[in-house]
Design a protein around this ligand. Sequence first.
Ligand SMILES: [Cu+2]
Length: 278
Amino acid sequence: MRFFALLLAIVLHAELSFAQSFFLNKGTITEKQATIDILRLNQSSIFDSSNAVISISENQANQLIISNSFQRNLTFQIYKTDDLILSELLKTGASKTIEIPSLTKGVYRYQLKNGIEAQSGVKGLLLVGVKVDFVWRIKELDMDYAKAFLDDKLSNTDYFPERFSINGFIYPQTMQDVKTKVNCKVGDTVDILIFNAGYMPHSMHVHGYHVLITESDSNPNQTGWSKDTFPVQKDRYCFIRLIPDKPGKYPVHDHYMGSVTVEGNYPGGMITMLDVSN
Ligand SMILES: [Cu+2]
């Protein structure tokens, strides 16, 4: 009996180590008094407006199980910068087990296929063997694009985003999320990965401190620079390291002023905070 319990524990542990489940959930957001359905990849079957960060181990095969409850078939893809790693059809109403090949350590992204499906805004990070203290997934949303995705057609309007978020949250919601607002102490080493999941560049501006750019596929020549503002291009990322030299509460925000509004009013959107104590 004890032997079988042990065997079961080993089998369950192996399952947990390699297979992770995710859900494409449809939910509602409101902007400018309009409500719209959006699709997001979440870790549970309950909708939230962020796209999950998928973390897997390097140099070993992994499995993702993705449930597609949306009304159409969708194509899930993984990219390393511009290189397509895999592309899998997710049939409507079904769960699909995706075999992820052994990948080298690094930052990858998942998304739905470019074109109509990409308008859904389902796009996020696949971290392979990467450990980091905070992830800021920065993104803007054009309601017309989201609507065009639901209608299964390409948007024929100019791109004019209205909603700007970090990890799916718009300021002041960002203040309530412990994974988005940075709480730390003077002298701590805080590594932050910033990923642009939108369609346009965003230039993040840090008040109070300079940060070290430790890695960037957005602007590789800036690696090693100490800066307070740095652009992050569409589908690109950078790692920054903060070692605060003084206590204080300082904002971090996109330098494009449209991004720090909500429904046309400042402040809102793509703003978070560094809260540094002694
Ligand atoms: Cu500023």
